[in-house]
Design a binder for this molecule. Structure first.
Ligand code: ZN
Ligand code: ZN
Length: 129
């Protein structure tokens, strides 16, 4: 489940959009240099995601539980742990145009001055997917 909200940069005052967490059908990564968001749909990951589902002890989410169980039974690949799955995705996504690397745990960042110090503005926050 992801949430979208705004941050207000403490340095330059810019209000910017922040998206946190992935949805049912995608992951959300962020560039560790400029803070740009990168959405990665599960379907683009192909076998990688199936191997991860197979490695889980429980379904990824209630909504996909049926599908997840089917994968466990039918998919012949090797299960993948969460850590190696995330590392593999970061590699798959590659580098941002700014030269930074997309990461799961990169902090939100002001797009104007790249400062990571900001206030959270909940006005207009919404959940997606
Ligand atoms: Zn700023
Ligand atoms: Zn970047």
């Amino acid at each position: 489940m992801g949430i979208q909200y705004h941050g207000i940069c403490k340095k330059c005052g810019k209000r910017f959009k922040i998206m946190d967490g992935g949805g049912f059908a995608f992951h959300m990564l962020r560039c560790n240099k400029c803070g740009k968001h990168k959405m990665v749909p599960f379907e683009k990951l192909g076998e990688l995601h199936l191997r991860y589902l197979k490695g889980l002890n429980q379904p990824y989410s209630l909504a996909t539980a049926h599908y997840d169980n089917l994968i466990k039974e039918l998919f012949p690949g090797e299960p993948l742990s969460e850590d190696s799955y995330e590392a593999a995705i970061e590699e798959f996504v590659g580098k941002c145009r700014c030269g930074g690397q997309y990461r799961f745990n990169a902090p939100p960042r002001c797009p104007r001055c790249r400062c990571t110090d900001f206030e959270i503005d909940n006005t207009g926050a919404l959940c997606y997917d």
